[in-house]
Structures are given as structure tokens and as C-alpha cells.
Design a protein around this ligand. Structure first.
Ligand code: IVH
Length: 829
């Protein structure tokens, strides 16, 4: 293809792509499939690569990024980016209105209202219809030039369609990460065991500062524009400017409204107070602007903000509640997240019981202590956050919280790397939530896709020591017979295999309850009925002589409570006051004699399970009477449910068949399933494209990994350290032995065997291949790519600029040097 033909095809492809883009992003329709669209884009990128001089700045290929900017250039804003004054009440707004009226003398005026978008402020400059620069707000007078990243935002026009625009103008607006994309991104991060992003705004801001614009493109940012600035833009009102921007294809939120007076403004505020929650992005208020540009100029600016506009901020919904406890969650990667356990409180329509405290720094920053009254807010965050403590309500003897030093799940001493905010439990192979988290990830739909067993079964199989890691899944068939009858419900009444563990009864009950996935509703119900908030209160009841008999409902609830304690491997510690016998007294209306017998037996028991065993043996009469009680209809029903929750032959077969089927999953899924920190679905795909089997990946060095487009330092180091770990290597060997796919399917990767047994290296830049493409090529013809010059080399493929010293060394060692075209000839014959 000659240059002229290429130029024609590039321009026709660009036109088509722009047309489809426009249809998709502006009109929400599509005339071709995603696949066809991608093909057009791929072809365009291919041609632009072959003819770089033909690539236009406004080419739609810019949308997929591909540029790396190490340091963004700081540039001066032609017009400073000011901020707005804030108001929070009707009175403030009326004051603003009075100031406007006064400033304009007797002139009539009107307002234009918009929502206040909570994103990242941007300024975009268009010259002769083309986007030439995109800059962040920075300090208002200077910002960062992030043009290449902004070009990846699909709704930002790279060039303007019709010719009704001024030669030079600036548009301003807010870039944002749509809520939906934010949730999706966080879900992916959760699945990969990575720390979640706190809110969409910060994520958008971080995304726009990424060095690799192709990574920015993947974030699918969007942008709403809300002002047009220039010397002579030919509009008399802000409304006209907005409509003009709309006609030029800029993305304008359709939420604006012209208001004839401040009362209409107030109505607009009321209208959007809740409606705004359904918008695709977070908003934190509205912006009220004087509509006439002439009047705007007349009113002018203060040093910081315009006199013709103001922001009205909606109140962030906040509530005050009691911090009952701080518990600690252990994630799949061992990361510890402290959680505030709150007295339930109504906030923005939902009951809030828990809030994330992120890490030890956050606890220190808030100086938050159990027993404090705390303020919780629900802003752009998905989980409510504790903003501050009401120190005035704090008891004088309260002490600063001491962060845990040992894992709450397995007792191992926690570690904290210098550069990281989180503490980690290093016991990755012995800490139950880490093991179950990894197995859960392994079987998930996007990894090994084993849907024949769920997390409950996994937990039971871990406790019963059938599973220690995901490779044990493939050994389960050996135990098919043994597994029959194993209880798969966490709510099990008695579990023989359990080692009792001590619950600290001084802690608030809710802290303990929240570790349970199953029973908190019932317990809450019970405690509400009994007016009991903490175990201390329950103990106080013990003192009271005047005990009312419990209703059946209450007994059932209490029974759940016992089950909860039992399923949490709880030892009801008699020394601590709350004895099993007391619970039994409530539960079964025991006579004083019965109570005393149980009380004395329970003193020698370490768990409820123990007690049952002893009751059975030592006092069958009491046990029978308990059983009679259990026959009470509602109790019997719930016991029957428990009986239904054991593994049976049929379910075991289904489970094992599902596991067997997963062996068909391709290498990229297996690699993702391994759960290497920071290696998500996409990076696993990229890695398996470059390394067609696990052995070459396990032997790869840092540079080879970094060579892969889309793999950065953190990922490369994570891969290296994962494969360095002996335990991981052993697990991989066992998975291999069980027949999982650890190489890309042969049809895909093997083209010929002409290079079989050869060790090959390239030096210098090749014309047709990047290094990783070349390595792939060598491997697809059966050869092995090696990293350094040695006598074992079959030959070196020399690029144009192979260094003279390397050449001299190779020649001295008698290694053959061939050219790129000779190499191609070799493999093509
Ligand atoms: S007009 C002189 N309109 O709020 C500033 N700003 O505190 C005129 N913002 O930096 C800005 N939504 O980032 C305007 N509809 C809207 C807005 C908006 C959000 C942001 C903007 C600005 C900040 C002002």
C-alpha cells in the first residue's frame, strides 16, 4: 500500500469511527457490533503505525490511548479557574439574590441553574475546531497538561463537526467516573484482593493522572461541560453558550434550568434534592448563575470567585451514634481492615450498622475509641464513613484505642510494611479467611467457574481439613465416601470436629455477632425483646430474681444465639459470668434443681458441645426433657432444617463433577484463578499472550515481565514473588499433575517446529517486532528465547542498531549472527 492509499483509507476509517462513536455516545444507538467497531479501530491503528506521518492529532485512535507521559507539563491558564462561594441555606441564597439585585441596579435579571458535579475540573482549549489542550485546574492559575489522557474520554470531541464555532475558545467542565463504572472497578478490585477505592471523585482524579493513557482509556471516564469562555464567542447569555456547546456535540447534562427569580431557584433546589441521587455521577449541590453575560461582566469578581454565581450545597446526611466496638476483617490477601461496629442508626434512608475505618492511621487520625459517640456520613462513598468523634461526650476514663497486634482469626503477629497503611496477617497458608478467600476467588465465575460448591461448603471443608488450598479441590474425589454426612450449614447445632475457641465476653455482643454471617437478625430481635444491649445487661438480668418465662419466639432466638456461639467455636466462659446454665435456664424454663445440675456439669465443660455430650451421658433425664422441649413445633421445624443440611452422595457427586469440568478452563483463566496479588483478569490475559506456558512464565525475569504492555512494576514484582514462594510452586505442581491447563492451547500458539531445540536472542531494534512479539514468534516456532549472550546460543538476530561491543563478543564466541530478514526466511520455509 502506498502513502496515498493509506491516507485515503485512514481518513475514511476515521470518518466511519467518528460517526459510530457519535451515534453511540451522543445518541445512544449503534449500527454495528462492538466486534466490527473494534476491527475498524484496529485497522486504523495498524495503518497509523505503518505511516506515522499520517496520524492526525484528532484521530479517533487517540481514544484508546497508548502514550506514556512521565511528567505532565505545568501550563498557565489563559483565564484563571476560580472557585465559587458556597451557601447552605435559603437565607444565604436570598442574601446572594439581594446582592445581585443591588449590583445590577434596577435591571431585570434571570438565573440559570445547574447541578454541581462532583468530579475533576478541566479546561479544554479548541483552536480552529480541534482540541489542542486539556488541563487540570491545579491551583487555579496553573494546571497540568493532561491532553493525551483527556483524549481518551469518548464524549470529549477531538474535532468539531460543523463550522459555527469561534476560532479560539475554552470549555470547562468536570470529568467524572460514572458511578456504575466505579462500582464495577471496585468489584474487580475486591475480586483481586486489592484495596477498594474510596469514592468515584478521587478515582477519576487519580485516573486522569496516570502516565499510560491506554490505562486511562480503560477507566471509561466521562465529562460534563458547563461553561464556554473566549474573546468573542458570540453569545449573550449563559443559556445560549450551553445550547451552543450542545450543538457542537459537547456533553451537557440535561439537568439545567433557566429560572426567572430566586423562588424558581429554590424550587429547582428542592426538585433535585433527591432526584440527583439517580444521576450517573455524584453531585453535591447546585450552581446558580446570572444568565446574561453582560450582567455577569457588570457584577464581576471578587479575588476568589464570581459575584454573578454561587453554589448551594446540599447537606450531607449525617447521624450521631454509639461506637459499640471495633472489629477487624481479614481479607484474601491477609490485609486487615478495621470496622466500626455502630449502634444501628437511620441515615439517608438505610440503617447503618457498620463503617469502614480503613487502617490504623485512620483510627489514629480520628482518635476513635470504643464507647465514643461518632458522626457518620454517607457522601459519595459506598460505605458510610465516620467523620469525627463527639469528644465532649467521652467518658473521662476513656483510653486511646490500641490497634491489634495479632490476627483476630489465627492469632499470628501482624506485619506492616513501611510504605503501606494496612497491617497484614502473614500466615497466608494457615489463616482461615485467607484460605477460604483464595479458594472462593479460585472457583469464581471469571476464574475456574466452579459453581457446584459455595462458600459455606468451602468453609466447612476447610475446618474439616479436607481443604488447605485450592489444589486440594482436585483431590476431594478421593474422599467422596467420607464426606457423606458432613454438615454444610454454619448453623450446625453440634460439631464434633470443632476446637472451642474463647470469645472475650467483655467485648460488646454485637462485635462478636457481626463476625457471624447467619444469626444477627434473630439475636437482635431477641435482645430488643429482652431490652438487652450488651452481655453486661444479660448478666444483670441474672441478678434479678424476678425472671419472666420466655415466649417460644424468645427461646428460638436464644437457641439461635447458642448456635451462633457454637458455630463460632465459642467457649462460654463460666469464669466470665455468663454460664451456659443461665442460658439454659432462660431457654428451657429449668427448675432450680435442673438449673443447679446443669450449672455444676457445665463447670467442667469447655463448650456447648461438651455440655451436650456430658448431659447425654450423665443425666439422660434432663437431656430428654430438653429434647421434649425441642419437639415444640417451631423449634422442631428449625431442627429439621438443620438435619437437611448435610452433604449427601448426590450433592458430593455434583460438586466433584463441577470441579472436574473446571480442568477445561484455558490457561489465562487458570493464571487469574491463582490469585496473584495485582494480577486481574486483563493482566492475566496479557501475560498468557506473551508467555504461552507456566514454565516460561515462572522462569521469566523482571525485564521480560515489564516488557509486556500493560504490566507495570508492582505487577511484575508480585508475579516474581508469587513464583518464588515454595508453597505456591508446590501447589502449581499439584494442579499440573491434576491436568489443569498451564499452557495456551497448541492451535493458538504453535505454528511450526523449525526452531525446536534452538536458543535464540535478539539485539538492537527489529523493524517488524517489539521484543515481546519477537519472543512469542520464536516460541510459536518451537524455539526458546534466552536472556543473555552465551556459548549455548544457536544464533543472534541482529537489529539495525546492534551495539558494536555485543557484536564483537558474539563474534569472538563464534555465535552466528543473522539479520531479521534471514530469520523470517528461516521460519517461513
Ligand atoms: S461554574 C468561577 N458550574 O465547582 C467558577 N462549576 O467551586 C465557575 N463545578 O471549580 C464554575 N459543577 O469544578 C460551575 N455546573 C457547574 C459546576 C461547577 C461543578 C465545580 C467546578 C469549580 C467548582 C467551584
Amino acid at each position: 500500500m502506498n502513502k496515498e492509499e493509506a491516507s485515503q483509507e485512514i481518513s475514511s476509517l476515521s470518518q466511519k469511527i467518528n460517526y459510530y462513536n457519535d451515534l453511540y455516545y451522543q445518541k445512544d444507538t449503534s449500527e454495528i457490533s462492538d466486534f466490527e467497531f473494534d476491527k475498524l479501530l484496529e485497522r486504523l491503528i495498524e495503518l497509523e503505525k505503518a505511516f506515522p506521518e499520517l496520524k492526525q492529532d484528532d484521530s479517533p485512535s487517540q481514544r484508546v490511548g497508548g502514550t506514556i507521559t512521565k511528567n505532565f507539563e505545568t501550563v498557565n491558564h489563559r483565564y484563571p479557574m476560580l472557585s465559587l462561594g458556597n451557601t447552605y441555606s435559603k437565607e444565604d441564597l436570598e442574601e446572594f439574590d439581594k446582592r445581585v439585585a443591588k449590583g445590577l441596579g434596577d435591571e431585570p435579571y434571570e438565573y440559570f441553574c445547574e447541578l454541581k458535579f462532583d468530579g475533576v475540573a478541566l479546561s479544554l482549549t479548541y483552536e480552529n475546531g480541534k482540541l489542542v489542550r486539556g488541563v487540570t485546574r491545579g491551583d487555579g492559575s496553573r494546571g497540568d497538561d493532561i491532553t493525551n489522557n483527556i483524549r481518551t474520554i469518548r464524549t470529549v470531541p477531538l474535532s468539531l463537526k460543523n463550522d459555527t464555532y469561534p476560532d479560539f475558545f475554552e470549555v470547562r467542565g468536570e470529568a467524572f467516573l460514572p458511578k456504575e463504572m466505579f462500582l464495577k472497578l471496585n468489584k474487580e478490585r475486591e475480586e483481586q484482593g486489592e484495596e477498594l477505592y474510596a469514592n468515584a471523585r478521587n478515582t477519576a482524579s487519580g485516573s486522569l493522572k496516570m502516565q499510560d493513557s491506554s490505562m486511562v482509556a480503560k477507566r471509561k471516564l466521562d465529562c460534563y461541560l458547563y461553561s464556554m469562555i473566549g474573546e468573542d464567542i458570540g453569545v449573550a447569555t449563559h443559556e445560549e453558550a450551553i445550547l451552543k456547546l450542545q450543538s457542537l456535540n459537547f456533553n451537557i447534562s440535561p439537568t439545567f434550568k433557566k429560572c426567572k427569580d430566586i423562588n424558581e431557584v429554590l424550587a429547582y433546589i428542592a426538585e433535585w434534592e433527591t432526584k440527583r441521587l439517580d444521576l450517573p455521577l455524584d453531585t453535591d449541590g447546585i450552581v446558580i448563575k446570572v444568565n446574561s453575560i453582560h450582567q455577569q461582566n457588570k457584577l464581576g469578581f471578587t479575588a476568589k470567585s464570581p459575584r454573578w454565581a454561587i453554589a448551594y450545597k446540599y447537606k450531607t446526611e449525617a447521624a450521631v451514634t454509639l461506637l459499640r466496638d471495633i472489629t477487624y476483617q481479614v481479607g484474601r490477601t491477609g490485609a486487615i481492615t478495621p470496622v466500626a461496629e455502630l449502634q444501628p442508626v437511620l441515615l439517608a434512608g438505610t440503617t447503618v450498622k457498620r463503617a469502614s475505618l480503613h487502617n490504623a492511621n485512620e483510627i489514629e487520625r480520628l482518635d476513635i475509641r470504643v464507647g465514643d459517640m461518632v458522626f457518620v456520613e454517607k457522601g459519595g462513598e459506598i460505605i458510610p464513613k465516620v467523620t469525627h468523634v463527639d469528644v465532649s461526650k467521652r467518658k473521662s476514663d476513656s483510653k486511646p484505642l490500641e490497634y491489634i497486634t495479632h490476627c483476630p482469626e489465627c492469632g499470628t503477629e501482624l506485619v506492616r510494611k513501611e510504605s503501606e497503611a494496612k497491617h497484614y496477617c502473614p500466615n497466608k497458608n494457615g489463616c482461615p479467611p485467607q484460605i477460604s478467600g483464595r479458594i472462593e476467588h479460585f472457583i469464581s465465575r471469571r476464574a475456574m467457574n466452579i459453581d457446584s460448591l459455595g462458600i459455606e461448603t468451602i468453609n466447612i471443608l476447610i475446618k474439616a481439613q479436607y481443604l488447605r488450598n485450592y489444589s486440594d479441590l482436585y483431590e476431594l474425589w478421593r474422599y467422596s465416601e467420607e464426606l457423606v454426612g458432613i454438615e454444610i450449614s454454619e448453623k450446625s447445632y453440634i460439631k464434633e470436629h470443632e476446637q472451642p475457641l474463647c470469645i472475650n465476653l467483655d467485648k460488646s455482643l454485637f462485635g462478636a455477632l457481626n463476625n457471624s454471617k447467619v444469626t444477627s437478625n434473630q439475636i437482635e430481635g431477641l435482645l430488643r425483646n429482652l431490652n438487652i444491649i450488651e452481655l453486661g445487661d444479660l448478666l444483670a438480668l441474672r441478678e434479678s430474681q424476678d425472671l419472666l418465662p420466655l415466649s417460644n419466639k424468645q427461646r428460638l432466638d436464644l437457641l439461635s444465639f447458642i448456635r451462633f456461639l457454637n458455630s463460632n467455636k465459642a467457649l462460654i466462659n463460666t469464669n466470665n459470668g455468663l454460664s451456659i446454665s443461665i442460658i439454659f435456664k432462660y431457654l428451657f424454663n429449668l427448675s432450680q434443681l435442673e438449673f443447679e445440675i446443669i450449672d455444676s456439669i457445665s463447670k467442667h465443660c469447655s463448650s456447648i458441645y461438651d455440655l451436650f455430650k456430658n448431659l447425654k451421658v450423665e443425666n439422660s433425664e434432663i437431656f430428654n426433657s430438653l429434647n421434649r422441649d425441642l419437639e415444640d413445633k417451631s423449634l422442631a421445624l428449625s431442627i429439621q432444617k438443620l438435619k437437611n443440611t448435610t452433604l449427601q452422595e448426590k450433592s458430593i457427586k455434583t460438586m466433584i463433577d463441577g470441579i472436574e469440568l473446571s480442568k477445561e478452563q484455558p490457561f489465562e483463566k487458570v493464571l487469574f484463578a491463582l490469585g496473584i496479588p495485582f494480577i486481574g483478569e486483563t493482566s492475566a490475559k496479557l501475560i498468557t499472550k506473551r508467555f504461552s506456558n507456566i514454565d516460561s512464565l515462572m522462569n521469566a525475569d523482571r525485564d521480560q515481565l515489564l516488557d509486556i504492555d500493560g504490566v507495570g512494576e508492582i505487577m511484575a514484582d508480585s508475579v516474581l514473588s508469587f513464583f518464588r514462594d515454595n508453597e505456591n510452586r508446590a501447589i502449581i505442581n499439584s494442579l499440573k499433575a491434576n491436568g489443569l491447563n498451564f499452557s495456551s492451547s497448541s492451535e493458538e500458539s504453535t505454528i511450526s517446529n523449525v526452531l525446536s531445540g534452538m536458543k535464540i536472542l535478539t539485539s538492537g531494534t527489529l523493524e517488524g517486532y517489539k521484543r515481546d512479539e519477537f519472543i512469542k514468534l520464536v516460541e510459536s516456532h518451537g524455539g526458546e528465547y534466552v536472556k543473555s549472550v552465551s556459548k549455548k546460543l544457536s544464533f543472534i538476530v541482529a537489529g539495525e542498531d546492534m551495539g558494536p561491543s555485543k557484536r564483537a563478543k558474539a563474534e569472538k564466541d563464534g555465535i552466528k549472527i543473522i539479520s531479521e530478514s534471514e530469520f523470517l526466511e528461516l521460519i517461513n520455509n
